[in-house]
Write a protein that binds this ligand. Structure first.
Ligand code: IPD
Ligand code: CA
Ligand code: CA
Length: 262
């Protein structure tokens, strides 16, 4: 009988192995292709994904896998779905800007039960299991205590369709948060943003149009570190939804209110 510990140990091995693959390609030199006008993919993304998928599917052949570069596996329908981003922060990676990671989440009966995010440059391994807390390299994580937006360091990101999108996209929200928060950063990796909220480095993070693989693991890591996560209206968050606001909990309501302000 398999347990969550078995899933976790495979996820940890896969994340470490994939992280090393990314570092190796960074050193050797990688090739870059365009998936869209701004959306890049490298052979490192593919190599990382292949290694992760191989590990998961050989350990758990019955499980489904949803991975960014290869899509959903067509295996038997299962209660278990692994949601994988083999390289979150590809644009950073291609510029050798050290903010990228591997993200692996496991959905069980439609709920994320386990998440692992690995930053191979800083050798930081973030892990959470539902109901059991979150940790980084074995040290328990907890969100910050920043009481208001005025005290908060936030992070955000802009989706790849920002050039084509005729709406305000995230610009208006960015303007509103910049004038209310202590600072707003843009790391270029949503999974790292979420882990930094979980570890109290950031007090809050918001973004729109993220994909399930960007947020599957990180969203659980935030919750298990004591944080809050909703959509822009304060309604329950889904990894398949379009909006994400995560915070230390203290400033969640205030962050949500900013989307309604003028
Ligand atoms: C991207 C990063 C980035 C976010 C983009 C994502 P990728 O993922 O998470 O921070 O702003 O929306 O697509 O393409 O580097 O895996
Ligand atoms: Ca991503
Ligand atoms: Ca990616």
């Amino acid at each position: 009988m398999e347990s969550l510990d078995d899933y976790k140990s495979v996820a940890l091995q896969a994340a470490r192995e994939a992280g090393q693959i990314l570092l190796d390609w960074m050193e050797k030199g990688f090739t870059v292709e365009f998936k869209g006008v701004m959306d890049l993919v490298t052979n490192a993304d593919h190599a990382s994904e292949e290694a992760i998928v191989k590990r998961i599917s050989s350990a758990f052949p019955e499980h489904q896998i949803l991975a960014e570069e290869s899509g959903a596996s067509s295996g038997p329908s299962s209660r278990y779905k692994w949601v994988v981003d083999p390289l979150d922060g590809t644009t950073n990676f291609t510029h050798r800007y050290a903010a990228f990671c591997v993200s692996i989440g496991l959905e069980i009966d439609g709920v994320i039960g386990m998440g692992v995010v690995y930053d191979p440059v800083r050798k930081e391994l973030f892990v959470a299991e539902r109901g059991k807390g979150a940790e980084c390299n074995g040290t328990p994580l907890s969100v910050s205590q920043a009481p208001t937006l005025n005290h908060a360091l936030l992070s955000t990101g802009f989706s790849y369709d920002v050039r084509q999108d005729k709406s305000e996209n995230n610009f208006e929200f960015f303007r509103r948060f910049v004038v209310r928060a202590q600072g707003v950063r843009r790391t270029g990796s949503a999974a790292i943003d979420l882990c930094y909220v979980a570890s109290g480095r950031f007090d809050g993070f918001w973004e729109m149009k993220l994909k399930p693989w960007d947020v599957a693991a990180g969203s659980l890591i935030v919750i298990e570190a004591g944080g809050a996560i909703t959509d822009f209206s304060g309604k329950p968050f889904s990894i398949y939804g379009d909006e994400l606001v995560a915070s230390n909990g203290c400033i969640q309501e205030e962050m949500v209110s900013v989307f309604f302000d003028q």
